[in-house]
Structures are given as structure tokens and as C-alpha cells.
Design a protein around this ligand. Structure first.
Ligand code: FAQ
Length: 336
């Protein structure tokens, strides 16, 4: 449904002037030329501090989202309805953990330590995706997360495979392949439920009703209210704007909903012949900002669970460090 070939022109970002810089003009000029030529920036390359800071912000938020994103579905591993569904769900949740680890590694190449990033998350200062602050009430939620949440994540992440920062772009290639499997397993689980009993079909519709608008908000605020977009696009970090991605997601999802046999809960959702896109209704941005700012239904619970898991894993980190020290001492002794 979504593939690596999803491609869009880079468009309007290029018209925004580069941010004024107080950095070395020759280094700055070389950086600008590489960005303009659509080249890649690598960890050892000189880069403006603002570019570095933006990348650390976005990549660490993305990593936190993957790790916190394990929780709503992880809740269902012990309650999956069959061995097959349990195996698929375990693999998916484990993949999300892996995505978090690639992303923390990519952010570390910018000179910020994992401890610093985790401290930001655990203290509540760092953001992570709004979508993971909602509860998963029934098994249908797991299917809907695969179909819609992973679907929205792929739509946003495929253009990031062409991000100007090499380590982030390369991490995204593998992440997108895995997210594609996640999306398909969710859709397939829902197709099976929709062929089941009336009660199962109602469960799917109810989950779609609860998740649809939250998924549209995942793409971030409207372009006009997005403080980071213009510069992010000018730097080739973001390739497609929040609103454009949201529209692509709506256009791709409407036919999928039709095949599934569910109704998307938006009376204003209509094909617009002139625009050649679906029109859709108003997103509740107040609710979005409340959730982003820590007051969604599950923010406190999600953070507390993460902090507890981190603390309970201290012995593993201690053991790994002690083992590494022992290995190091042994290799020094052998070399002597
Ligand atoms: N939630 O100026 P913009 C996944 C913040 S991974 C919370 O537009 P930007 C996999 C934004 O950070 C999902 N905060 O910002 C999975 C900024 O705040 P700041 C995560 C949000 O960076 C699936 C402020 O609002 N994906 O789902 C959100 O240019 C299933 C102003 O916004 C990524 O992180 C939000 N939804 O664009 C796992 C992809 N939206 O930092 C488990 C990479 C915006 O200035 C199960 N990130 N904000 O204080 C991006 O593409 C971008 O960072 C955007 C935001 C598009 C998210």
C-alpha cells in the first residue's frame, strides 16, 4: 500500500531563505551549497548549530515516540486472540523498540548522549507523538493502530528516507520497510474481523471512530501554525509539509476504508473534483495541544511506565558495563 517509491517533488521549501548564521562564512557556504545540491550531511561534516539542534530535537522525539509507542499495543500481547496474532504482535512491538534504538543511535552521532535524551523523556520535558496518549480499549484497536497509526507514520516517514542528514535517512529506509509490514498486518486483522460477527464489525467501527481524528492530528499542526516547517524544509530535513502529508493520508485511506466496510467518522469527508483530493472536516487542535502538553488521557500512565521500565532495567545496564570492563581487562592482559 505504501512503498519506498512514494515520491513527491521537494517543492516550496526552496523558496525560504536559509536562516542567517553567525558561523564561519566559508564553512556555512559549503554547507549551503551541499544542501542546495541535495547532497547528504554526515556526522563528521561541519554543520550549523541550529541544523544540529533541529535534528536532535526531531530525531529524539521520533525515537521517544517509537519507544512509548510500544506501550499501547504491548498491553495486548497477553490478550491476543490466537497464537498467530500473538506472534505477529510480539514481532511488531519488538520492531518498534528496534526503531527507537536506531533513532537514538542516529541522534547520538550529533553529539547528544542517550542518557541526555532519556532524561528529557523521563522528566516530561521532551515531546513524543500525541497518538500514544490514547487508550487501547479492545482488540480492534490493535488492528486500527496498525492500519491507521502505522499508515500515517509511513506517509510521514517515507519522505524522511531522503532527509539531508545521512544517518537519519538511512535509519528510515529500514524503519519504513518494517512499518509497511505493520500496516498490512493491522489491515488484515481488521479484514478478518469485518468478515466475522456483527459484534466484531461494531468493535472495528468503534475503534475507527476513536482513532481517526487522532491520526489526522499526528501529522502536526497546520502549515500556517508550524514554527519548524519552513526551516526544516529549507534544510532538506522535512521534504513534504504537514498539511500535504495529511491530505495524502486521507486520499490513500478513504478507498481502504471502503474495501474494509467501515465509515470514517467525518460528515465533511467528500471528494473534491476541482482539487482532485478529499475535503475533510476540522481537527480539534485544542485537544491535540492539551495532549502534546501532557494532559491527554494516558500521558501520566505512559511516562510512569517508561520510567519504571528504565529503572527496573538498571541491573541489565550495570551487568553489560561490568562485562565490557571484564573483556577490556582480559584483552589488555592478553596483549601484555
Ligand atoms: N505529537 O513545527 P512543527 C510512529 C510538535 S512514530 C507531539 O510542525 P516539526 C511509529 C513538534 O514537535 C510517530 N508533538 O514541528 C509507531 C513541535 O514542537 P517543538 C512519530 C507534535 O518537527 C507506530 C511543535 O509541535 N513520528 O508512529 C506532533 O517541523 C505504531 C510544532 O510542530 C515522528 O516523529 C505530534 N503528533 O514537525 C510506533 C516522525 N506534531 O519540538 C508504535 C519525525 C507536532 O518545537 C506503533 N518527525 N508536534 O517543541 C516529524 O516528521 C516532525 O517532527 C513532525 C512535526 C511532522 C512530527
Amino acid at each position: 500500500m505504501y512503498t519506498q517509491s512514494f515520491n513527491v517533488p521537494d517543492g516550496a521549501g526552496k523558496t525560504v531563505p536559509l536562516a542567517p548564521s553567525t558561523e564561519d562564512p566559508a564553512l556555512q557556504a559549503a554547507f549551503d551549497a551541499r544542501i542546495d545540491a541535495d547532497g547528504r550531511i554526515e556526522p563528521q561534516d561541519w554543520m550549523p548549530e541550529a541544523y544540529r539542534k533541529t535534528l536532535v530535537r526531531q530525531i529524539s522525539q521520533h525515537a521517544h515516540s517509537e519507544i512509548v509507542g510500544m506501550l499501547p499495543e504491548g498491553n495486548w500481547i497477553s490478550r491476543a486472540p490466537s497464537l498467530k496474532r500473538k506472534a505477529i504482535l510480539i514481532a511488531k512491538v519488538q520492531d518498534e523498540g528496534g526503531h527507537g534504538l536506531y533513532l537514538y543511535s542516529a541522534a547520538e552521532t550529533l553529539g547528544t548522549s542517550r542518557d541526555q535524551m532519556l532524561e528529557g523523556l523521563h522528566s516530561g520535558r521532551a515531546k513524543y507523538s500525541s497518538i500514544f496518549n490514547y487508550p487501547t480499549l479492545t482488540w480492534a484497536d490493535v488492528g486500527v493502530i496498525g492500519w491507521l497509526v502505522d499508515g500515517a507514520a509511513i506517509m510521514n516517514q517515507v519522505p524522511l528516507c531522503r532527509c539531508s542528514y545521512g544517518p537519519y535517512a538511512r535509519a528510515m529506509v529500514r524503519v519504513c520497510k518494517e512499518e509497511s509490514f505493520h500496516q498490512r498486518q493491522g489491515y488484515e486483522a481488521l479484514l478478518v474481523m469485518m468478515q466475522g460477527t456483527a459484534e466484531q464489525r461494531e468493535m472495528v467501527q468503534d475503534a475507527v471512530n476513536r482513532w481517526w481524528w487522532k491520526c489526522l492530528a499526528m501529522f502536526g499542526p497546520p502549515d500556517a501554525d508550524s514554527p519548524n516547517s519552513a526551516q526544516g524544509m529549507r534544510w532538506g530535513i522535512k521534504r513534504v509539509s504537514n498539511d500535504e502529508l495529511r491530505q495524502k493520508f486521507v486520499d490513500a485511506t478513504v478507498p481502504q476504508a471502503r474495501v474494509l466496510g467501515v465509515t470514517l467518522p467525518d460528515p465533511d469527508l467528500k471528494w473534491n473534483e476541482e482539487r482532485q483530493h478529499y475535503d475533510y472536516g476540522q481537527i480539534d487542535w485544542n485537544e491535540f495541544w492539551e495532549t502534546v502538553n501532557g494532559n491527554g488521557p494516558c500521558n501520566k500512565e505512559r511516562l510512569a511506565t517508561r520510567v519504571k521500565a528504565h529503572n527496573e532495567g538498571q541491573w541489565v545496564r550495570d551487568a553489560a558495563l561490568a562485562y565490557a570492563e571484564k573483556q577490556k581487562a582480559r584483552s589488555i592482559k592478553e596483549a601484555a
